[in-house]
Design a binder for this molecule. Structure first.
Ligand code: ATP
Ligand code: MG
Length: 420
C-alpha cells in the first residue's frame, strides 16, 4: 500500500538531514532567546477562516476540513501562525512577558496539486516575534531567516520585500485597483478575473504576462501608503543596508494570507526551480486582537522544510553516525548470555555505538553484516571466548584480530574510544 497522494515517508537516510536542520535552527534561535512551541495539528476550522481569510486560496480550496464525531468543524492546520496566535491568547502568554519570541517545526496540510517541492502534508519551520511594533523586530526575524538559510548551505537566495500598508491604505488602493482592472477585465487571466471579485490584491501576484502588463500601467500600492507605513518600511531597509543583507523591493509582492500589514517578504532560492519560494513572512499587527486577544503587534515567517532539505542534502554530505562495533555472537548455551549483557553495559557506559547480531547465522555471515553496516570493529563472542573470559576483536578494514581479556575490556575501549 502506498502513502496518500502528496504525503511521503521520511526514511532514516533522509531523517539525518531533518535532524541537522532541527539542530541548527535550535542553536541559532536559542541564541536569540526564541523558545520552541508545539501546538495541536487539529484546530477549529473557524480559527483559520477568521485569521487567514475566507477568500484566500488556503482557506477556500486547500484546507483539510471535516466534521468530527461530535459534529465539530475541525481542520488540519494549513500553517502555523494562526495556531500560535490562538495558543498565545488561550494560554495568556501576554501576562508572562511583554515580548514572546516563539518558534516551531511541524507538519502542515494543504490540498494542493503535488509536485516537486509541493506536498499535501509538508513541514514548516517558523518563528514569531510577538508583542513589538518596532521595525527592528522585522529586521531581527529577517536576519534570523537569512542566518538559518546560510547555516544550512542555502546560499543562492534572494530576499524580496514590500510594504503592504495598513487596512485603510489597502482598502483605498483596492477600490482604485478594482476600478482600473475592471476596464481590462476580459484581458486578464481567468484566475485573476475570479480574484477581482474575491481577493483583488492577489492579482498583483499573477504570473500571467498579459495580466502583469496591465498591472504595470495601473495604480501602485506604494502611492497609497502614508508616512507611518513608509517610515516603518524605510527603517527596515536602512537596517538591512547596514547589515549588508541584500534585498529587492518587489512592489507586487502580496502574501496569500489576509492577516499581514506593513511588511511582507519572501525568500526565493534560485536553485529550486519552479517551486522556489523557500520562506514567506510578514508583520501581523491586528491578528491577535482580531482573534479576541489584546492588541499585540507581531512579525514572523515560515520556511518550507521539504524545499530546504533538497538544498541542504545536496550541499552538505551529512554523515550518518556509523555503527562502530558489531557484536557477533556464536554461542549455544543460555547460561552465558549474561556475559554479553555485561559487554553491552560497558559499551553503553562509554557511549560507544554498537549493534548486536540477532541472526544466529554463521560467523562468516555475521562479519559480512558488520561490513554492510560499515562497522569498524567486530566483537566475536563464542563458546571459547566466554569459557576463557576474553573476546576476539576483529578490525574489519585490516582483518587484524586481537584477544582482549574481559576484565581489561573497559580500559581497552577507553583507550580506543577516540580512534574508532
Ligand atoms: P507557494 O507560493 O510556494 O505556494 P505560499 O505562499 O503558499 O508558497 P506560505 O504559506 O507562505 O507559502 O508558506 C511558507 C513556505 O512553506 C513556502 O515558502 C514554502 O517553502 C512552504 N510551502 C508552502 N506550501 C507548501 C507545500 N504545499 N508543500 C511544500 N512546501 C510548502
Ligand atoms: Mg501556496
Amino acid at each position: 500500500m502506498k502513502p496518500l497522494r502528496g504525503t511521503k515517508d521520511i526514511l532514516p537516510d533522509e531523517i539525518i538531514v531533518w535532524q541537522y536542520v532541527y539542530s541548527i535552527a535550535y542553536e541559532i534561535l536559542t541564541l536569540y532567546n526564541y523558545k520552541e512551541i508545539r501546538t495541536p495539528l487539529l484546530e477549529n476550522t473557524i480559527l483559520f477562516n477568521r485569521s487567514i481569510g475566507n477568500y484566500t486560496d488556503i482557506v477556500n480550496k486547500e484546507m483539510y476540513s471535516f466534521l468530527d464525531q461530535g459534529e465539530r468543524n475541525i481542520s488540519l492546520r494549513p500553517e502555523g501562525t494562526a495556531s500560535i496566535a490562538r495558543a498565545f491568547i488561550s494560554n495568556k502568554l501576554y501576562l508572562r512577558k511583554k515580548i514572546n519570541r516563539l518558534w516551531y517545526l511541524g507538519a502542515m496540510f494543504r490540498y494542493e496539486r503535488p509536485q516537486k517541492g509541493r506536498q499535501r502534508q509538508f513541514h514548516q519551520l517558523g518563528i514569531e516575534c510577538i508583542g513589538s511594533p518596532n521595525p527592528i523586530a522585522d529586521v531581527e526575524v529577517i536576519r534570523l531567516a537569512t542566518k538559518i538559510l546560510k547555516a544550512l548551505k542555502c546560499l543562492e537566495y534572494k530576499l524580496e520585500i514590500n510594504s503592504i500598508g495598513n487596512i485603510e491604505e489597502r482598502n483605498l488602493y483596492q477600490t482604485q485597483l478594482i476600478n482600473y482592472l475592471n476596464k481590462y477585465k476580459y484581458e486578464l487571466d481567468i484566475s485573476s478575473q475570479n480574484q477581482l471579485k474575491t481577493n483583488p490584491l492577489r492579482i498583483l501576484d499573477s504570473k500571467n504576462s498579459k495580466t502583469q502588463e496591465i498591472l504595470w500601467e495601473g495604480p501602485k500600492l506604494k502611492d497609497f501608503l502614508k508616512s507611518k507605513s513608509l517610515d516603518h518600511f524605510n527603517e527596515i531597509c536602512n537596517h538591512l543596508n547596514s547589515l549588508n543583507i541584500s534585498y529587492e523591493i518587489n512592489e507586487y509582492l502580496v502574501r496569500g494570507l489576509d492577516y499581514y500589514n506593513y511588511t511582507a517578504f519572501e525568500i526565493k532560492e534560485q536553485s529550486l526551480g519552479s517551486q522556489n519560494t523557500i520562506c514567506g513572512g510578514g508583520r501581523y499587527d491586528q491578528l491577535i486582537q482580531q482573534l479576541g486577544g489584546p492588541k499585540t503587534p507581531s512579525v514572523g515567517w515560515a520556511i518550507g522544510i521539504e524545499r530546504l532539505v533538497i538544498i541542504t542534502q545536496n550541499q552538505l554530505k551529512i554523515q550518518q553516525d556509523n555503527k562502530k562495533i558489531y557484536i557477533a555472537v556464536q554461542i549455544q548455551s543460555n547460561k552465558i548470555r549474561n556475559q554479553i549483557w555485561d559487554i553491552i553495559k560497558t559499551l553503553e557506559e562509554l557511549k560507544i555505538n554498537f549493534e548486536l547480531d540477532l541472526s544466529h547465522s554463521s560467523l562468516h555471515k555475521q562479519i559480512k553484516q558488520a561490513n554492510q553496516i560499515s562497522a569498524k570493529i567486530c566483537f566475536i563472542i563464542g563458546e571459547e571466548e566466554i569459557k576463557n573470559e576474553y573476546i576476539t576483536v576483529k578490525w574489519l578494514q585490516t582483518g587484524t584480530q586481537q584477544k582482549i581479556k574481559l576484565n581489561k575490556l573497559k580500559n581497552y575501549l577507553i583507550y580506543l574510544k577516540n580512534g574508532i
